[in-house]
Design a protein around this ligand. Structure first.
Ligand code: LLP
Length: 424
C-alpha cells in the first residue's frame, strides 16, 4: 500500500495513526485522508509539468480543507457548477486560476463566474450568447475556450468516456472554427484557448497524445483567424492504480505529452500554455473508507455486511469499479475465504467488493476500502435515511476531523411541512 498506508503489528496505519484508534474515537464509517500522500501526488505533477497550469478538478473531492491544501500548493481549479465555484473560492483558489466548465450552465451560474472573473469553457453557441450578454451587462471581458469534442475513444467505462462523438460534451472539433469566428465578433468575449476532455480513469497515454494533436489542429485554424492562442487545455483523466497492476505516473504522462507539445508549439506563432485538469490522480489514492462489519453470513455467497454502502461510495455500483479492500485489524493474517462485501442499502446492487479472498472475517472487524478519495464522498447521498459519515485528515501522528458526521437533523435538511399538514 506504500509508505503512507502500512501495517504496524497487523493494524493498518495511515501515516502514524492507527485506523482502529480513529474508528474508536470517531466511529464508523469514516473517510481518512493522508496529507503526505496528497503532497506527494501534487509534487509529482508540479515536477513533471513545471510550465503547465494545473487545475484541480473539484468534482473529485470538494472538501474545503483538502481544497485549501491544493490551492495553497499553487493549483488552480476546474469547477463544473455554481456550487463548485462557491466552494473553490472559499477554499482560496484565485478566480484567475479557475476555469468554469459545464455543458448546461444557467444564466445565474454564468453571472457568478463573470462577476468572480473566471475563465470559461463554453460548450455551445447558446451558452456563448448568454455569456456575451452577461459580460456586457457586467462590463467585463471574459476569456473563453470552446470545449471541442475530439472524437476520441479511450479505453475506460462508457459512462466516464467524455470525448466520443456520441457524448453530450463539446462542439465537434471539425466544426468549432465557426464557433470561434462567431466569438471573435461578440462583445465581452475574448477567445483565448481550446479545451477538451476525453474521459476519466484512462491508463493508456496515447489517446491523450491524439487529443493534444487535435487541440493543435484547431489552434492552427485559430491562428489563421488572427486569434492569439493563450492556452490548450487537455482536461483531466489520468487513471490511477485501483487494481495494484501499476499505472502511469505524471512523469510518464509528461514524457509522452511534452515533446509533442513543444514540437507542435514551434509551428505556431502564439505561445500557448498547457493546461491540465487532474482530479482522480491528485486525490484518489490519498484516502481510504473505513467501514465496520455488522454481520457475516453464508448464503448464496459469503456475504460481509458493512455499514457503508453506495450511499458513501457509489463507484462499484455505478461503474462496476474495483477498489482494493483489506481487514484493517487483520493485516498480517493469511487469506482464507472468498467474501463479497455488501452495504446496508435496500438494493441488491449495493455491493462494494465482489469475491475477494480475505482472512476470516468476523462481526466487528474494520474493512478498509482503498483509493476512495476521488468521486467517493463527493458522490455520496443520504439514500435510505443514512447520514453521511465524517472525514478525517492525517498529518504524521496527528489527525483532524475535516467534516463531522451528519446528524439526524441534517436528514430533515431544508424540508418544510406546510402548516395545514401540521394540523391534520
Ligand atoms: N475536467 C473535466 C472537464 C472533466 O469532465 C473531468 C471529469 C475532469 C477534468 C477530471 O477528471 P479526472 O482527472 O478525475 O479523471 N465519477 C466518475 C468520474 C467522472 C469524471 C467526469 N469528469 C468516477 O467515479 O469514476
Amino acid at each position: 500500500c506504500g509508505s503512507m498506508f502500512r501495517s504496524v503489528d497487523g493494524v493498518l496505519h495511515v501515516e502514524g495513526v492507527s485506523v482502529l484508534d480513529l474508528v474508536k474515537e470517531l466511529g464508523s464509517p469514516l473517510y481518512v485522508t493522508s496529507r503526505g500522500r496528497l503532497e506527494e501526488n501534487m509534487k509529482a505533477y508540479m515536477q513533471a509539468f513545471p510550465d503547465a497550469r494545473l487545475l484541480y478538478a473539484v468534482k473529485a473531492n470538494n472538501n474545503l480543507s483538502i481544497m485549501k491544501i491544493i490551492s495553497r500548493a499553487g493549483f488552480g481549479a476546474d469547477v463544473f457548477s455554481d456550487g463548485e465555484l462557491y466552494l473553490a473560492l472559499l477554499a482560496g483558489f484565485k478566480p484567475e486560476k479557475i476555469l468554469f466548465n459545464g455543458n448546461s450552465k444557467s444564466e445565474e451560474e454564468i453571472r457568478m463566474g463573470v462577476r468572480a472573473g473566471t475563465y470559461f469553457s463554453v460548450d455551445s453557441i447558446d451558452e456563448l450568447h448568454v455569456l456575451s450578454e452577461v459580460a456586457v451587462e457586467e462590463g467585463e471581458e471574459v476569456k473563453i475556450a470552446f470545449r471541442i469534442n475530439p472524437d476520441i475513444s479511450p479505453e475506460t467505462h462508457p459512462k466516464i468516456s467524455t470525448g466520443l462523438r456520441t457524448s453530450k460534451f463539446g462542439i465537434p472539433w471539425e466544426e468549432v472554427a465557426n464557433a470561434y469566428r462567431l466569438a471573435v465578433e461578440m462583445p465581452g468575449i475574448v477567445p483565448a484557448g481550446i479545451h477538451c476532455h476525453i474521459g476519466s480513469q484512462i491508463l493508456d497515454i496515447s489517446p491523450f497524445v491524439e487529443a493534444l494533436n487535435r487541440l493543435f489542429d484547431v489552434a492552427e485554424v485559430l491562428e489563421d483567424m488572427g486569434i492569439d492562442v493563450e492556452f490548450l487545455d487537455l482536461g483531466g483523466g489520468l487513471g490511477i492504480d485501483y487494481e495494484g497492476k501499476g499505472s502511469p505516473t505524471p512523469a510518464d504522462f509528461a514524457a509522452k505529452i511534452l515533446p509533442v507539445f513543444e514540437e507542435r508549439k514551434e509551428r505556431l506563432n502564439s505561445n500557448p500554455e498547457l493546461w491540465l485538469e487532474p482530479g482522480r490522480s491528485i486525490i484518489g489514492n490519498t484516502t481510504i473508507l473505513l467501514t465496520k462489519v455488522n454481520a457475516v453470513k453464508k448464503a448464496y455467497k459469503n456475504f460481509v455486511a458493512v455499514d457503508a454502502g453506495f450511499n458513501l461510495l457509489m463507484r462499484p455500483a455505478m461503474y462496476n469499479a474495483y477498489h482494493r479492500v483489506a481487514i484493517a485489524n487483520k493485516m498480517d493474517r493469511e487469506e482464507e475465504e472468498v467474501y463479497t462485501i455488501v452495504g446496508p442499502i435496500c438494493e441488491s446492487g449495493d455491493v462494494l467488493a465482489e469475491d475477494r479472498k480475505l482472512p476470516r472475517v468476523e462481526r466487528g472487524d474494520i474493512i478498509a476500502i482503498f483509493d476512495a478519495g476521488a468521486y467517493g464522498f463527493s458522490m455520496s447521498s443520504q439514500y435510505n435515511g443514512r447520514r453521511r459519515c465524517a472525514e478525517v485528515l492525517v498529518e504524521g501522528n496527528k489527525y483532524y476531523v475535516i467534516r463531522e458526521r451528519e446528524s439526524y437533523t441534517d436528514l430533515v435538511g431544508k424540508q418544510v411541512i406546510p402548516e395545514h399538514l401540521l394540523k391534520e
